[in-house]
Design a protein around this ligand. Structure first.
Ligand code: HEM
Ligand code: HEM
Length: 414
């Protein structure tokens, strides 16, 4: 059969055209919704990556197929014919460029979230530096918008042929007459499936719920620190008889608990949005002090939902199994005026290890500002043992800063 006599595209081209139309419509609506998702969107991010890589493979296959198989002759020449060809070329650029820039974007994040295609096939990261991450983000978004504009032009072209010129162009992209209308519906179906997938992730996180924007939200206090034998269990009155009881302190909202860790040539910085403290402490007699801090591990955030989901995952903080970390001081001493060194136990991911913390106080009386730090050894808690943490330094720097108001034991209600 001569090329001009061919009435429709080869079956392989037709199948790939419509499978890709469905997948791309789904991918575009899912991608647009990703931005609003918080940590709850981890599964949707993984799905977006899986479908995206599948699109890359199918698009390359389609390009090879196109070069290897005859196509029906163009129906139009001139400007309209040129426009149709340009849009087709642009669509190929979009179909291949969008997944490549998406892949580049996830490969150059500071915390690299591993990609497991459809939950089973491990997919590598591209060996590219973090400096190209901004470019990858921008070009991924621009290609998304370009793709949508081209699809609209493409559909407008198809409508023009079908209903204005009445040359039955659509039959060229359908395996049988009449089927084209059904196939064209795959575009809105794909889009609707993407919207449904985003809805599955639950309501988008509001600004106030986004951990990075939140500040030292109190969480329900954990069980009180076990009192040493012989002491009354009410911390507020637990003081040596010879002195007035040390004051109990309330952490005021607005404090920060931040972490940073070196990752290759970068530094990953983040915060815990939810944490609280039970503090009984006399700045002049720190020996009798007891400090217990509870940290909601699921509130850890580096400011990016995908990376946050990974931080909370079993590879790192394992927030699902052990939602909280607790620190309990065992002894505190003054090392310089207003400067203290605490020894204690840190419980994290089901493991308890000795942990030193240093802090300084400013202010006077029962209104103080606290600043401090600690260096945490990741290995002791088995944080980050997988491939994603290969470039992470062994220690994590923790810093905190908050205001606290004290109450003397005699003014504390029982
Ligand atoms: C994401 C959506 C879509 C993409 C990426 C896409 C892409 C393409 C590409 C690249 C071609 C050129 C074929 C080739 O030479 O390889 C093509 C042809 C065609 N497409 Fe689409 N398409 C999409 C959706 C649609 C829809 C919704 C319709 C119908 C309403 C449609 C109708 C057609 C027709 C009729 C042709 C043949 C054009 C001709 O023979 O000149 N496409 N499409
Ligand atoms: C044809 C394939 C793809 C299409 C059409 C597509 C489309 C989109 C769109 C429209 C967005 C929203 C962009 C914005 O407005 O910020 C997006 C976001 C995203 N895409 Fe894709 N994508 C594709 C493939 C991929 C692949 C293969 C990956 C990774 C392996 C990926 C990773 C991401 C990520 C991580 C985001 C969120 C970016 C952010 O933080 O805003 N995408 N995608």
């Amino acid at each position: 059969m001569s090329e001009s006599g061919q009435r429709r595209y080869s079956l392989g081209a037709i199948v790939l055209h419509w499978v890709l139309a469905l997948a791309l419509a789904f991918q575009l609506s899912l991608g647009m919704g990703l931005d609003d998702l918080g940590r709850s969107g981890f599964a949707q991010f993984q799905l977006h990556k899986s479908i995206g890589i599948a699109i890359l493979v199918l698009s390359l296959l389609r390009l090879i197929w196109r070069l290897a198989h005859k196509r029906p002759d163009a129906l139009e020449g001139g400007f309209n014919g040129f426009l149709a060809k340009a849009v087709h070329a642009g669509l190929y650029l979009f179909m291949i460029g969008a997944p490549l820039t998406g892949w580049l974007l996830v490969s150059t994040e500071t915390v690299k979230v591993p990609t497991l295609l459809f939950g089973t096939v491990p997919w590598p990261h591209l060996p590219a530096p973090h400096s190209v991450n901004g470019f990858a983000h921008l070009s991924h978004a621009v290609l998304g918008w370009l793709g949508m504009a081209l699809i609209l032009l493409h559909v407008a072209g198809a409508v023009r042929h079908q209903w204005l010129l009445r040359d039955n162009l659509m039959a060229r992209m359908a395996p049988a007459r009449g089927l084209w209308l059904l196939l064209a519906l795959l575009l809105p179906v794909g889009w609707a499936l993407g919207v449904m997938e985003i809805k599955k992730a639950g309501p988008p996180q509001t600004e106030a719920e986004t951990p990075v924007a939140a500040v030292a939200e109190p969480i329900a206090p954990a069980a009180p620190a076990p009192a040493p034998a012989g002491e009354p269990s009410n911390a507020a009155v637990a003081a040596p008889e010879t002195h007035a009881a040390p004051p109990a302190w309330t952490v005021k909202p607005g404090g920060t608990l931040a972490f940073s860790v070196t990752n290759g040539a970068d530094k990953v910085r983040g915060r815990f949005g939810k944490w609280s403290g039970d503090i009984v402490f006399d700045p002049d007699r720190p020996e009798g002090a007891r400090i217990a801090i509870q940290v909601d591990l699921g509130s850890a955030s580096v400011g990016d939902p995908t990376q946050d989901a990974m931080l909370a995952s079993a590879d790192f903080l394992d927030a699902a199994t052990h939602p909280r970390a607790t620190y309990r001081s065992t002894s505190i001493r003054m090392v310089a005026p207003n400067r203290y060194a605490a020894k204690g136990m840190l419980s994290l991911r089901g493991k308890s290890r000795p942990q030193d913390v240093v802090f300084t106080l400013s202010g006077t009386g029962l209104s103080r500002h606290v600043e401090g730090s600690a260096v945490i050894n990741r290995a002791g808690f088995e944080i980050g043992t997988g491939e994603a943490a290969a470039a992470l330094a062994p220690t994590v720097q923790l810093t905190f800063s908050f205001d606290a108001t004290g109450r003397r034991a005699d003014s504390v209600e029982k």
